[in-house]
Write a protein that binds this ligand. Sequence first.
Ligand SMILES: [Zn+2]
Length: 381
Amino acid sequence: MPTSWPDPDEQKGVINLPALLGAPLVTNALALVTKTVSPAILAYPLSLRVDTNGKTQYSSDAAAVTNCYWPSGNPHCTTPAQVLPYLQPDVASCIQPNVLGLNYDDGPSSTVQNGGNASTQDLAVQLATMNQNATFFVTGASTYYNPQVLKDLYTAGHEISVHSWSHAPMTSLTNQEIVAEIKYTEALIYSIIGRKPRYFRAPYGDVDDRVRAIAGALGYENVLWGQDKDSGDSEGAPTEAAVVAQFTSWNKPQPGFIDLEHSLDVNSNTWAIAVLKYFQAQKAAGTMALTLMPVGQCQGKSAYVDLTGAALPNPPPQPMTVTRVVPGATATGKPSGPGAASAAPAATPAAAAASGPSNSGARVQTGAGAVVAALAAALLA
Ligand SMILES: [Zn+2]
């Protein structure tokens, strides 16, 4: 377990403090990656991050094709030219026909955090009403604020998977930063539920073979979503009617698929609940063409990799005691951690979803800065 955690304010950007990148959690994992992955792949040029919505500019159109850069392909490139043990095709479909691999990105959020309005907790209530499980691709940042929500999701039988710490586009990060994004999130999840996830989804679907290989060397399978299977809940100016209509159009016999949907701010959770109520009504009417299940289940695999022997980290400390490192400020040295963080005063989430011309997966924005400000005040108090 790390002794320090990255700042949970995503606005602070990627994990780049030397104290965090130099921790054994990262250096040991990077050594494994370097030992496993071809140097040529690790030397692929970084993309350029061109806006705060995750849009990136790849080094060249030719390299995008050669390196199987997912966002620019039409159809998306999901299979590396050379498949290796650590470089596998993306997971974007379900094995059985007429199955929807139900999943939600970017959470968990709490109802307190969302100003008393819809949150991941409310979505979980609706799922429970339907006796339905799903996969949650969580960020370290969101989890840091809501460890109990994560634990409750896991206890309820939902699958917990990794979605990076700071929600940065992975191809714009160095190898070391990609490792840090995955490992800190993995460590935080492990500290709360005691399991190491099997699945990783890169924010914005921003992967090339370098990102796939690094995640693969760390034991992850890379999950994306099917061609044209973005619910649209984070694109442009979505509405509940439009999101439900998207799922309505998918409710027909077809090959099994994995979709893209979110569970972070009030809008995304409200719409996700509306979609579930639509499916609930279809079931009641006998017109449900799809079977909903979590991603791991739709792959016929456990969503977790059991750690054994020397690879087994220390058991989760109860309660966790960590020192929070804030860029540009001296760490307080005071005990902190997810438990303390979740007790921070509620933030006011921005209702608007992110928009932009970039490919699907644009981020639903929240008022994370407000939470951090309150958290910092509480820590310094
Ligand atoms: Zn996301």
